[in-house]
Design a protein around this ligand. Structure first.
Ligand code: GSH
Length: 217
């Protein structure tokens, strides 16, 4: 392992790992990714649990700093670069109101969006067709559509990015989940034109192409 390089533990097909990798890319941060989670195991070993007692991915190691929770890792990385006066490109705005605008979406992803979409993603992508719980999948598709409708209405104010003119951590957290929404088969997908436009816009970012765009597995 190269000294001084950020280490990100976690399999590349985890949405929460993808957020962190995309964030590193936006901040021009070099990192090394180490496999952990699901088929790779590792997360139940005492060494891993010492870094992350949840046994989940991602985990970030930056010298003496060890962190878990993907949104907190993104906040840390953005602040770290701001403190170092490295490029920030407005990823994590400084004013109270502007920052809170970003924070609410990071919280909303955890509290509302992820629980809504979980059965849809796991059912359609990680479960064999013959054992799928189609009722749970349909309920999850409906709840996800309702959640995305909230973002679509928010984007109706003509903003290119979730919190206005600048691309922020909110776009990363939401964008990684939007990739899943547009990548699964949904029986009836609500028409959400602003959400789709925004998704196409963020989909052109190199960090998305490199770490999020891959086929869902
Ligand atoms: N809220 C946590 C969730 C962490 C989480 O549940 N990660 C999933 C992958 S997206 C996981 O570790 N799954 C079990 C595994 O990969 O072994 C975060 O955002 O980091």
């Amino acid at each position: 392992m190269e000294a001084g390089v950020l280490r990100v533990w976690g399999r590349a097909n985890s949405v929460n790992v993808q957020k962190v990798l995309w964030c590193c890319e936006e901040l021009d941060l070099r990192f090394e990714r180490l496999e952990a989670g699901l088929q790779h195991g590792v997360v139940d070993t005492p060494d891993y649990r010492a870094m992350n007692p949840n046994g989940r991915v991602p985990t970030l190691v930056d010298g003496e700093v060890t962190l878990w929770e993907s949104n907190s890792i993104m906040r840390y990385l953005a602040l770290r670069q701001m403190e170092a006066r490295a490029v920030t490109r407005g990823l994590y705005p400084e004013g109270a109101a502007a920052r809170a605008g970003v924070e609410r979406w990071l919280d909303w992803v955890l509290s509302t969006l992820q629980p809504a979409e979980r059965n849809l993603f796991w059912g359609m992508i990680r479960t064999a067709p013959e054992v799928r719980d189609m009722a749970a999948i349909a309920a999850s598709a409906k709840a996800s559509g309702e959640a995305w409708r909230i973002l679509d209405a928010h984007l109706a104010h003509g903003r290119p990015y979730v919190e206005g003119e600048a691309f922020t951590l909110a776009d990363i957290a939401l964008g990684a989940y939007a990739r899943r929404w547009f990548g699964v088969e949904v029986a009836s997908r609500p028409d959400l034109p602003r959400f789709k436009e925004w998704y196409e816009r963020i989909g052109r970012r190199p960090g998305f192409g490199k770490h999020v765009a891959a086929p869902l597995t």
